[in-house]
Design a protein around this ligand. Structure first.
Ligand SMILES: [Zn+2]
Length: 297
């Protein structure tokens, strides 16, 4: 493993070392690049730490945010009642209004749930993921044959796809522009890329950031619920568009969405509070998630 880089943090999007502090929370600072406005964590956890973290999240639901204990439990069964399956069906409806089902590559396919849903709708499923445990499930439970390893390696062998998806992948990347360039290289003529990621310009940051500033930086708990160690990057609608453009992609559709609260383990009081916040988010256009479709420029 390479030693941690010394000096000020380097922006993962534009490479600038000029970043201002936005928040200081327990394990990290949340900083904002002065070159491109991208918001990211400093310092980043090591690749080994991240591997252990995901192993614990997937296998035991353990992590620094107890509310996420069940979140990954929805990644296993292709059942109509599964909220994650319902989300995938909605995304595919939007995509299929633009492209008929054809060759699909899911980057970070994990357990293969999305590929299973897409296959039912007529897509030819291909997937790539680094997790041996998750891809075992894709093979044994869904009969898929995902490629296990790094997408950078996979993208070099000349295969082409009409749709490349990355659901909540880009915020985990140490080289998001490189990741998107690899995706662009794998696009068949006229192909599209579809991504989802948390929206930093959300009501959650607005409220938690206000509480942080009002308490002179002492009240960090609300921020710690969504600035989490496995998410290195926090995109806004604009910064995500600019990141795609750096990789030679242009946004052709962008939507803001809300986390499905059915996937979170919450007390009734917190759930009611979040439902109220999400109602306000809709009115203020400050939803906490982004969904984009892009094509090669
Ligand atoms: Zn930057």
């Amino acid at each position: 493993m390479a030693p941690a880089e010394a000096g000020p943090p380097r922006c993962l999007i534009c490479g600038s070392r000029d970043a201002g502090e936005r928040y200081r929370i327990t394990r990290f600072r949340v900083v904002q690049c002065r070159g491109c406005d991208q918001i990211f964590l400093d310092p980043l956890p090591s690749p080994d730490e991240i591997r252990d973290l995901f192993e614990a999240l997937y296998s035991r639901g353990e992590g620094s945010v107890p509310e996420l204990k069940d979140y990954y439990g929805y990644c296993y069964d292709d059942e109509p009642s599964n909220p994650l399956v319902q989300q995938y069906e909605l995304w595919l409806e939007t995509i299929e209004a633009m492209r008929a089902p054809s060759r699909l590559l899911d980057v970070g396919c994990g357990t293969g749930l999305f590929l299973s849903v897409a296959r039912r709708r007529g897509w030819q499923p291909f997937g790539v993921d680094e997790s041996i445990e998750a891809t075992d499930h894709a093979r044994q439970h869904f009969g898929l044959r995902p490629w296990v390893g790094d997408f950078e390696m996979f993208s070099g062998d000349g295969q082409q796809f009409d749709l490349i998806t990355g659901w909540d992948v880009i915020e985990h990347s140490r080289d998001p522009v490189g990741l998107l360039k690899s995706a662009r290289r794998c696009l068949a003529p006229g192909g599209i890329v579809a991504l989802s990621t948390p929206n930093q310009r959300s009501i959650l940051d607005l409220v938690a950031g206000f509480l942080y500033r009002a308490s002179a930086g002492r009240l960090t708990l609300p921020l710690e619920k969504f600035y989490i160690e496995q998410h290195f990057l926090y995109f806004t609608p604009d910064s995500l568009r600019r990141c795609l453009e750096r990789a030679g992609l242009e946004v052709i559709r962008q939507e803001s969405e809300l986390t499905d609260l059915r996937r979170l383990r919450l007390s009734p009081v917190v759930r009611a509070g979040l439902e109220g916040l999400f109602l306000a988010a809709r009115l203020l256009r400050r939803e906490n998630r982004l969904f984009v479709i892009a094509r090669a420029r």
